[in-house]
Design a protein around this ligand. Structure first.
Ligand code: NAD
Length: 484
């Protein structure tokens, strides 16, 4: 099977914050890989715009270095990098002043698709949106791309939405959650809504519970200052885990259309019950032999910020009443994995007797590493007398199943940037979704603050605090192992 790469229309993309970490690690190497794949027309233009003083030649050197360091992809031929660099320009711009704006305006071609990537802190979003209009660069067809964090609570998210809405219509705003750009996440929709097999069983009658685990091995690294004000709840649950929960739990949209999908996701968030305090465990990694621990990393010996959170969530609607969702995410855990496990109920009656044991089906959806899905089915243990049962995986590793002819799968950022150019908002969060997610998150965080709660300490390289195991064990269930 050979997949087709469909080129997009020629475009001008301005990357505000083009010299920053995100641009160098993800956006620029991603654009290069799409160029190598033949998806970016030669007459497109990518303009870096940031506060640092550079000319176009210096910025091209920064771009070339970033591509060398963060991956150029396999499909690139010699000379392609030089060709790509010809499409790169740079303007020194101050988001809060007037420097550079007229020059930038003279470079952006209004007769092409134009998109403006705000790869800067959210404090600058309003300034950029306002100046794009003041300098007559944006029109009704322009797109703006904004990064997380989109607010730190409902009030700040509303204020950000309002500052963008003054200058751009909702159909022009692309709020990135890169989890939605992952191939497996999109496959979740394909598996659910493209097959007859799963959807009839996709409810509380047949599903015992669902687990979503996003585990990291790294600590807060150089982001200590930011992270101490954020914590796992704001940094991961409110956005990434919430988006995964929505795609797993939503009703089938009538069509694969941005608003149809986002309407269904919004309904899930609005159906979430408030979370009881005893259904949440917060953790913080302590010092270990090779690590000074969270509090040293964030520079606050009394920090009460969580680097881990596990919770039990209930969705109050017909489909899910009685089926809990267990969410868990943390830093400094024993492996880096993101996995969703759908645990089906036991068969109602075993015809094979007690010695065959109890077995149930599990669908595991791996986001990383090795994107793919595994369905455990129960079969007879081969070669054994009698009827002993065993669970074996029906493995759907995408790379193996699709074979060597499939085009290199674009990473999440590549996919999402191309969707911006195509004008497809399906995999981007709508303003009301983000606000609804904060409206659910805020009381949880306010409760911790009001009670002065201190997170439980856990060891680096572990599964997190033992209280998280105890929480799920009270329901007679266990977390699926965090492993590669
Ligand atoms: P960074 O500090 O590395 O880069 C910031 C960029 O903004 C620089 O290019 C800087 O020149 C530019 N800038 C700052 N003030 C400016 C001004 N007044 N006018 C014009 N340009 C200005 O930050 P980053 O890590 O690249 O993050 C950018 C945004 O993306 C942030 O909102 C961050 O939260 C978000 N984000 C980053 C990552 C990541 O992996 N780095 C991941 C997800 C989201």
């Amino acid at each position: 099977m050979v997949s087709r790469v469909i080129p997009v229309e020629p475009f001008d993309l301005v990357i505000f914050g083009g010299t920053g970490d995100l641009a160098r690690r993800k956006i620029l190497p991603g654009l290069f890989r799409r160029y190598c794949a033949g998806q970016i027309p030669a007459d497109s233009q990518i303009i870096g715009a940031a506060r640092s003083e550079h000319d176009a030649t210096e910025f091209r050197a920064i771009v070339a270095e970033a591509i060398r360091e963060f991956g150029g992809g396999k499909a690139c031929e010699d000379g392609t990098l030089d060709e790509f660099l010809q499409r790169i320009d740079y303007v020194t711009v101050d988001a809060r002043g007037d420097t550079g704006w007229s020059e930038l305006a003279s470079k952006v071609r209004k007769d092409l698709i134009n998109a403006f990537y705000f790869s800067v802190g959210p404090g600058l979003f309003g300034d950029l949106a306002e100046r794009l209009h003041r300098y007559d660069m944006a029109d009704d067809d322009s797109r703006i791309v904004v990064e997380k964090p989109f607010g730190r609570d409902l009030a700040t998210a509303k204020a950000l939405n309002a500052s963008l809405a003054k200058h751009f219509d909702e159909t022009q705003i692309y709020r990135i959650d890169h989890y939605l750009g992952k191939e497996t996440v999109q496959n979740l929709m394909a598996v659910r809504f493209g097959n007859m097999l799963f959807e009839p069983l996709w409810n509380s009658q047949y599903i015992d519970h669902i687990q979503i685990s996003v585990a990291e091995t790294v600590g807060v690294g150089g982001r200590g200052g930011y992270y101490d004000k954020s914590g796992a709840m704001r940094d991961m649950v409110q956005n990434h885990l919430m988006q995964l929960l929505c795609l797993i739990a939503m009703e089938p949209p009538a069509k694969f259309d941005p608003d149809a999908v986002r309407d269904e996701k919004l309904k899930v968030i609005r159906a979430l019950d408030p979370v009881e305090p005893h259904h949440i465990v917060r953790g913080q990694y302590g010092p270990s032999a090779d690590d000074d621990g969270f509090r040293t990393h964030v520079g606050d010996p009394a920090s009460k910020t969580e680097s881990f959170v596990a919770m039990k969530i209930a969705i109050s609607n017909w489909r899910w009443a009685g089926t809990p969702f267990y969410l868990r995410t943390g830093k400094k855990l024993k492996a880096r994995t993101s996995e969703i496990t759908v645990v089906f109920k036991d068969a109602p009656h075993s015809i094979f007797g007690a010695e065959a044991g109890r077995h149930n089906n599990e669908l595991r959806i791996r986001l990383q590493p090795n994107e793919g899905m595994t369905l455990d089915v129960t079969i007879k243990e081969p070669g054994q007398g009698g009827m002993r049962l065993v669970d074996v995986p029906l493995d759907m590793s995408f790379a193996e199943a699709l074979g060597p002819n499939v085009a290199e799968v674009p990473d999440a950022y590549e996919r999402l940037i191309m969707d911006v150019i195509r004008g497809n908002q399906t995999l981007f969060m709508r303003g009301d979704e983000v606000e609804a997610a904060w409206a659910w998150t805020d009381p949880i965080i306010e409760g911790w603050q009001a009670r002065g709660e201190v997170p439980k300490t856990y060891d680096s390289g572990s599964d997190g605090p033992t209280d998280a195991m105890a929480m799920i064990a009270r329901d007679g269930r266990i977390w699926r192992e965090i492993k590669l």
